[in-house]
Design a protein around this ligand. Structure first.
Ligand code: PLP
Length: 406
């Protein structure tokens, strides 16, 4: 094999399809998110409209101060895996904060949300004898990889289709171990799962529930515990998984569950055991962020208001977007090359950064610009975004949705 040609040919194919990923080289401005400098072809200031730092907590004074303090007090890295000197007091405090957030006995930290899904699902499904995993069709790659890695039998239920889930559950013996894996807010379409009905089925058919709340923690529920908190369902979910890297604005992932489940994953998951713990300053920043959002509703209220405003303005000019009940606004383009083109022009001509979302993140033909308004986008930012999209939609003769549709 000519290795070099193999790699080059694969990359050329991606480029021809319009699916080659180009990273924006951004430098965020402290205290001024969503403004950043793009160090790309032409260095210029841009407004970020696609960040998962949904509330701007990555710039919150409490978070930054906590990280500075921890850095000054205990230094940079954790110095080891959790088992070998890497468990610092900051990690212990953060796990207690997370357990409390979700009303669970315990929580367990991982280096990212991806790793937490991969390690927890992989471990639970592989260790429970003859476990069947029932996985929603649109689950995140990290969940899919964890389930695959477990080598447990897996059945996929149609996205959010509880009738299909019930059909699959009913076909199994009641005493067979079953794990229902699903998300609350699905990140690409922004739709929300029918959680209460899933919990009902889990009880009826004696299954465990594993819920990814990555796109909901910090954002929903009176203390930011996610959709399960908002719906009063946290106690009915066996394992709640989340990230510290999105609404909490820092980095890391976790599960919250019973003491026995957390201890089990802690004891058997290689993705937990054999990797260096998060730096203590990261844990301290995440703790400050969670603490703040437990008592402050202001960010959540302002977030929802900005999302509603952007949605209404896009609807008023017929820019096609998915009408969903969450904070994610997917503007549909339906073509990878056009999607990338729009993103490039927005950046170059308008100083607006919205990453194109192409295959394999979404199915081919559903390419989109995924807009994530935050409480820290100003009215001027919103007006500029909407007018840029209006101009581009006209220039490129892109399809519009009926303006009266919303
Ligand atoms: N779960 C979902 C649904 C996600 O969208 C992501 C995205 O990043 C993850 C898990 C992984 O979380 P993290 O970014 O913290 O690794």
């Amino acid at each position: 094999m000519n290795y070099h040609n193999f790699f080059e040919a694969a990359l050329s194919r991606l480029q021809e399809e319009g699916n080659y990923r180009v990273f924006a080289d951004l430098e965020r401005h402290r205290g001024a998110f969503p403004q950043a400098t793009n160090h790309g072809d032409k260095t210029r200031d841009v407004t970020i409209w696609c960040s998962n730092d949904y509330l701007g907590m990555g710039q919150h004074p409490d978070v930054i101060a906590a990280m500075h303090d921890a850095l000054d007090q205990v230094g940079a890295g954790a110095g080891g895996t959790r088992n070998i000197s890497g468990t610092t007091h900051n990690h212990v405090l953060l796990e207690a904060e997370l357990a409390d957030l979700h009303g669970k006995e315990a929580a367990l930290l991982f280096t990212s949300g991806y790793v937490s899904n991969w390690a927890a699902l992989g471990t639970l499904a592989s260790k429970m004898p003859d476990c069947l995993v029932l996985s929603d069709a649109l689950n995140h790659a990290s969940m899919i990889e964890g389930i695959r890695h477990s080598k447990a039998e897996r059945q996929i239920w149609r996205h959010n289709d509880v009738a299909h889930l019930e059909e699959l559950l009913a076909a199994q013996p009641l005493d067979r171990p079953k794990l229902i894996a699903f998300e609350s807010v699905y990140s690409m379409d922004g739709d929300i799962s029918p959680m209460a009905e899933i919990c009902d089925l889990a009880e009826k058919y004696n299954a465990m529930t594993y819920l990814d709340e990555v796109h909901a923690v910090g954002l929903y529920g009176p203390r930011g515990g996610g959709i399960a908190e908002r719906e009063g369902l946290m106690h009915r979910i066996d394992v709640i998984e989340g990230t510290l890297g999105k609404a909490f604005g820092v980095m890391g992932g976790y599960i919250a569950a019973s003491a026995a489940i957390c201890d089990f994953v802690r004891s058997f998951a290689s993705g937990f055991i054999f990797t260096t713990a998060l730096p203590p300053a990261i844990a301290a920043g995440a703790t400050a962020s969670i603490k703040h959002l437990k008592t402050s509703q202001a960010e959540r209220d302002a977030h929802q208001a900005k999302v509603a405003d952007v949605r209404a303005r896009l609807a008023a000019i017929g820019i096609p977007h998915i009408d969903n009940p969450s904070h994610i606004i997917p503007v549909m383009v339906g073509d990878p090359v056009k999607c990338k083109y729009l993103s490039d022009i927005l950046m170059a001509d308008y100083g607006i950064y919205i990453q194109p979302i192409n295959y394999p993140t979404v199915p081919k033909g559903t390419e989109r610009l995924r807009i994530t308004p935050s409480p820290v986008h100003s009215q001027a930012d919103i007006a500029h975004l909407v007018s840029a999209l209006e101009t581009l939609w006209a220039q490129c003769q892109l399809a519009r949705m009926p303006m009266a549709a919303q």
